[in-house]
Every structure is written in C-alpha cells, then in structure tokens.
Ligand binder design. Structure first.
Ligand SMILES: N[C@@H](CCC(=O)N[C@@H](CS)C(=O)NCC(=O)O)C(=O)O
Length: 205
C-alpha cells in the first residue's frame, strides 16, 4: 500500500457520488484510512468552498491538505493508493470500457440530481417540462443501455457507479425504474449480495 496518513472525505450520506467513493474505498480495503466529514451543499461551509471552489461533494482531503475532486478523480486516486489496477483495470480495453461505464452511470446520477434540484430549488410555476423531459431522457436511455448489457465484472468502477445510480433512483424517485428494467433489478440484487458496503452505505435517514 502506498503513502500513509488519514484522508478526509467531505460528503453527505444521501450523495450517490459520495456513496460511489465510499463503496470503492471499502472494496479496496481503504475505508479505515478515511474519515468522513459531513458537508452541506445547499449552505456550503467556507472550508468546502476553499477545498472545492465548485462547492460540490465528494472532495477528498489528503494528509498534506490538498483536495481531490470530482468522484472519478478520487476513485482513481484510491485505486492507485491500493496498488493500482484493482477497480480500474490496467489493460486498455477493459480500462476504457470500465471508465466509459462509470461515465454513463455518473451521467444518470447527474441528470437525476438535476431533476431533484429542479424540485428543490424552483417553484412549480417556474419548472420546465421540456427541460425535465430532456434530463429524464438521459436517465431512460442510460438505463436502457445498461439493461441491454449490464456490466459483467462485479468489482470495477462501472459496476460501483451503476449500483449507486440505481440506489439514488430508489432513494429519490421511488424505484420507478424497476418495472421496465428487470435485468437491472436482478443485477442490483447480485451486486448487493456480493458487496456488503452497498447496504452499509445506503442512506437510511
Ligand atoms: N461530477 C461530480 C458530481 C458531484 C455532484 O454533483 N455532487 C452533488 C451532491 S451528490 C453536489 O455537490 N451538488 C451541489 C451543487 O451542485 O452545488 C462528481 O463526480 O463528484
């Protein structure tokens, strides 16, 4: 294992991107190296805005005070810390398939978060049906693509990100995705069985 020292993760329990980092850390055996410091992105504290000028979580604070973001960079760092090639394969074909899978699952989460923010931040009369449908289209097409070929590996970054995307749709959108995506429902069950940190990081608030 590479350099020692405590890492601090700025995150919030419901955050699907924070969950992705926490599951990755658990799979890599790094979770006891990471202290979680809660962050509120609606009223970001000055430290968070300094650590990540975008005011977004997750951000990982290194022992020397440097901050890493976003979640894709953090998991790349954690994989490197654990020796490399563990959840982000080294062999190019597998590597870029994995990273692209992560990007697709991250995109589903981003669209879902925008829908959630629309409901949180905008009064009903100012919401746009066209914009909502635009974001929903990304979620629907992303899920269809995963339904057509769910990732085979259970322990790479694409699968972790997909599990977190589905978990976020369960949390904020009442699992509406489930009836249309039976293969993904089964896939999520196998992921949860294989990886206890999925349940361990589920927001129960
Ligand atoms: N691309 C980023 C997305 C992170 C993100 O959107 N985080 C949300 C919480 S889950 C956030 O910080 N939102 C606050 C904001 O957008 O101001 C990543 O992968 O970390």
């Amino acid at each position: 294992m590479r350099n020692q020292g405590l890492l601090t993760l700025r995150s919030a329990e419901p955050s699907p991107f924070g969950r992705k980092v926490r599951i990755a850390a658990a799979m890599l055996g790094l979770d006891d190296r990471i202290a979680i410091e809660a962050a509120d992105t609606i009223n970001p504290d000055p430290a968070l805005l300094h650590q990540n000028p975008l005011g977004k979580i997750p951000a990982l604070i290194l022992p020397n005070g440097d901050a890493l973001y976003d979640s894709a960079v953090i998991v790349e760092y954690l994989d490197w810390l654990a020796g490399g090639g563990k959840i982000i394969p080294i062999e190019p074909e597998a590597r870029f398939r994995s990273l692209t899978g992560q990007a697709l699952a991250d995109g589903i989460m981003e669209a879902a978060i925008l829908l959630r923010y629309e409901a949180l931040w905008r009064d009903v009369q100012h919401r746009s049906d066209a914009w909502t449908a635009h974001q929903q289209g990304k979620i629907d097409r992303g899920l269809e693509a995963f339904e057509a070929s769910a990732p085979e590996e259970i322990s790479d970054i694409a699968t972790i990100a997909l599990a977190c995307a589905l978990g976020y749709l369960d949390l904020r959108f009442g699992g509406e995705w489930r009836p249309k995506h039976p293969d993904l429902v089964r896939w999520q069950e196998s992921f949860a069985e294989a990886e206890p940190s999925f349940e361990g990081t589920r927001f129960k608030g």
